[in-house]
Each structure stands twice: as C-alpha cells, then as structure tokens.
Design a protein around this ligand. Sequence first.
Ligand SMILES: [Fe+2]
Length: 125
Amino acid sequence: MTNLREIYKCNVCGNIVEVLNAGIGELVCCGQPMELKKEKTEDAATEKHVPYIEKTNNGILVKVGQNQDHPMLEEHYIQWIQVIADGASYRKFLNPGDKPQAEFEIRADKIEAREYCNIHGLWKS
Ligand SMILES: [Fe+2]
C-alpha cells in the first residue's frame, strides 16, 4: 500500500518514483520490492541536508543547507528540490556543479520543501 507523494527507490537499477495516486499494491522493480525513502528532518552530521526556505521578491529560494552548502560533486549531489505549496507540487532537477538551491516563483500560505541527495536520501523542511 502506498501514500500520495511517497518516494520509492529500486536498490538494483536506481529507478526512483513518486506516488501520484495511492494504491493497495506493493511497488516492485527488478524483481524486488522498492524501498520507501523516509523523509528525514534532522541532520546531526556537519553536512547539512534539511532544505531551508527564504522569501525573495518573486517567490521563494530553497537552499540545501542553511549555513553550509551541500556538496554538488559527480558522486554526491542534490538531485532535485521539490516544493509543495498549498497542495501544488513543483520540482527542479539539479546537476553536479550547480548551486544546491532552486528558486520558485510562487506565493502560498503553506509551503513545504523536500530535497533528494543521491547518497543520503530524502529530506524535508
Ligand atoms: Fe548528502
């Protein structure tokens, strides 16, 4: 059984999917159940993962992390930043070498950000 917006990863081939409609079935890839990536909210290590939301003139800027940039190396980087604002979903994909941040021209009352690190998984503000 899945829930809306859950992120699952296949630990064999690397497929990552987001649930757009919840169902009772189990997600399977490469012959085995996909792993549910839990949203982490606290980072005890020095490397920061929790997305930080700043207001800008045009909307918001989401940074990973707050005091120290997350690495953006070929082998370790932030793959995407997602914003869920008043129920609508926005996502920007990043590449190694980019800044670990994304700007969204949106205004909303309830804003939540998530990001996905290729090594350390899913994080939420
Ligand atoms: Fe990381």
